[in-house]
Unconditional design. Structure first.
Length: 299
């Protein structure tokens, strides 16, 4: 009898037989191609998160520029990002671990022994996923974007509004509100990212029975929605991959004017120390090795 039968674990192969091609591929995948599959999962996870959130942002911004406020709202954007994260975790997390954010990858390396050799390829895959998602959304909205650019240029306001949160480039690249104090923007970003980090780390705690595995995608997704609803108007990135991928896409379309200036560093980097501090805080005050876990040892 196979070991998985005696241990009580039922594998997919025990209940259904996949076509021969997939069986051959799985053998290769388990030997030498698993790193590639993990990268694909990280790519698609960020792609789904960004495709949902940025697509909703496109409707929101274009609705504002065309005086059609019913087309989108901040509430809608928050829900779209939340559901994008739910889809990302449900579809991809079982393959790669579901990082979908460089700050998560880096923090797991520090606290949970995630292999350092995997960090660069995970982060590159994450950023690339955001870049491709933004590029595809641009193509899907290209007709509306080009028409609006012509209208705004004719009014003489295109340059003034384009690289702001209310502008067309601002759909993809993240920009601070016009005239914002970057100190306040940094504080807003750091506190929001710290709260997100605490939510994420609580979901990684196997002794936290309030977040069983099936609830994790929704807890994390709506934690993101909460900070978007409350603090996006001040300036919020929350994810290095979403920020850099979107900014690189904006640079591809609009050139160096889309760089974001000093705010670009705040948007891209703040979430990393915020996540590390959140994990440290959670480990210090909320983790308890004497508590029971979700897992039970087999005998």
């Amino acid at each position: 009898m196979n070991n998985h039968h005696t241990s009580g674990v039922v594998h997919l192969a025990d209940v259904t037989q996949r076509p021969g091609f997939f069986q051959v591929w799985e053998k290769q995948r388990h030997r030498g191609a698993h790193w590639f599959v993990e990268c694909v999962a990280e790519f698609f996870g960020v792609f789904l998160y960004v495709y949902g959130g940025v697509g909703s942002t496109a409707a929101f911004v274009i609705g504002g520029l065309t005086s059609q406020p019913a087309v989108g709202s901040l509430l809608q954007v928050g829900i779209a990002y939340a559901m994008g994260i739910v889809l990302a975790l449900v579809i991809c997390a079982s393959t790669s671990g579901g990082h979908f954010n460089p700050c998560v990858t880096i923090t797991l390396t520090i606290f949970r022994g995630f292999p350092i050799r995997k960090v660069p390829r995970y982060i590159i895959s994450q950023i690339f996923g955001a870049y491709i998602a933004c590029l595809l959304i641009y193509v899907q909205y290209k007709g509306e974007i080009k028409a609006l650019e012509e209208v705004l240029a004719a009014k003489g306001v295109l340059e003034a509004v384009n690289f702001t949160p209310q502008g067309l480039a601002g759909i993809f690249g993240l920009y601070a509100p016009t005239g914002a104090n970057l100190g306040y923007v940094f504080l807003n970003e750091f506190v929001s990212d710290f709260v997100l980090g605490m939510a994420i780390w609580s979901c990684l705690d196997p002794t936290n029975f309030f977040t069983p595995p099936a609830a994790v995608p929704f807890v994390i997704g709506f934690a993101y929605a909460v900070v978007i609803w409350g603090y996006a108007p001040v300036g919020l990135a929350a994810n290095t991959a979403r920020d850099l991928g979107g900014r690189l896409m904006a640079l591809t379309i609009w050139g160096t004017k889309a760089s974001g200036g000093t705010y670009a560093a705040i948007a891209a980097l703040t979430n990393i120390p915020a996540m590390i501090l959140a994990a440290t805080c959670y480990e210090f005050f909320f983790t308890d090795s004497s508590r029971g876990t979700h897992f039970s040892s087999s005998t």
